[in-house]
Design a protein around this ligand. Structure first.
Ligand code: 15L
Length: 277
């Protein structure tokens, strides 16, 4: 990882688990980062970078933070299933502020989307990047809306964006589902590097998973980014392959546990109306 972007990079959600990985590794590679989060940054700020505590709801502050930046790695906002009102500000209004800032700065956006934007697809269905959104809660719905916001800003204003449908990015896979959905931290960092440095990305979708043979996902725009995952969950199958929930809803759908949160259907839902096999 030697190439350094010409302009500073704004990283939102810098104090979260993924933000901290990115701050540490991109900072160590010599990138100039503007780090921001609503909570304090718990680590030493990398040399040449700075941290500013801010709320994504605050549009003028987001505009100021993005000044002079050529790339926004947007990991901020609510990252789990929450009531609608808790998600609305950070994930919808906050993302609007990010896109307005990108438009003004002519910056590119990497949007940390999620598999929960398509979580109600069945696990047997292999999905390509043009599959239908099937959000599995208010969080997944905000990610689907966020991807569509990126598409609008690309077509209307030429703001490039990479929408990464992150599977499960943790130090290691923790259960059987993650043998399909796991994204190693190193693959995530390499993906962010390529999304920043690739000459042209348009508005595209990437499945955020490592090279897992049990993957639920197929075609995406990784070629345009020149990114290929190097890690794999496969070696963890012996350890976690038997760890399942026993819940028929959770085990049926790609979104796993999120699909069952506040699930109120009495009967099993019908087969999906669409989706590629
Ligand atoms: C996500 O989007 C969450 O941020 C993360 O905490 C995990 O739940 C992950 O999805 C997953 O689906 O494993």
């Amino acid at each position: 990882m030697t190439e350094i972007p010409a302009k500073p990079v704004l990283l939102t959600g810098a104090s979260g688990a993924l933000g901290r990985q990115l701050a540490r590794k991109l900072g160590a590679a010599g990138w100039t980062l503007v780090l921001t989060d609503i909570v304090p940054f718990p680590d030493p700020v990398p040399a040449g970078s700075r941290f500013v505590r801010a709320d994504l709801n605050d549009g003028p502050t987001v505009l100021r933070l993005a000044e002079g930046c050529g790339m926004i790695l947007h990991f901020g906002g609510v990252s789990t299933e929450q009531p609608f009102e808790a998600i609305l500000g950070p994930n919808i209004r906050g993302l609007f502020h990010i896109y307005e800032a990108a438009r003004r700065e002519k910056a590119r956006v990497l949007f940390a989307s999620s598999n929960h934007s398509i979580g109600f697809h069945e696990r047997e269905t292999k999905l390509d990047d043009d599959c239908q959104f099937m959000p599995d809660g208010y969080y997944g719905l905000s990610k689907a809306y966020g991807e569509l916001m990126g598409r609008m800003y690309w077509f209307k204003h030429g703001v490039e964006n990479v929408n990464v449908r992150i599977g499960s990015s943790f130090p290691e896979p923790a259960e059987a589902r993650m043998l399909a959905t796991w994204l190693s931290y190193d693959d995530l960092v390499r993906l962010c590097v390529r999304a920043t440095l690739a000459p042209k990305v348009g508005s595209c979708v990437i499945w955020g998973a490592s090279n897992n043979s049990r993957t639920f996902w197929g075609h995406d725009s990784r070629e345009a980014l020149d990114w290929l995952p190097e890690d794999s969950a496969d070696g963890h199958a012996g350890r976690v392959g038997n760890i399942t929930s026993g819940d028929p809803v959770i085990e049926r759908y790609q979104g796993g546990g999120y699909t069952a949160i506040d699930y109120s259907r009495a009967e099993a839902p019908p087969a999906p109306l669409f989706g590629k096999k």
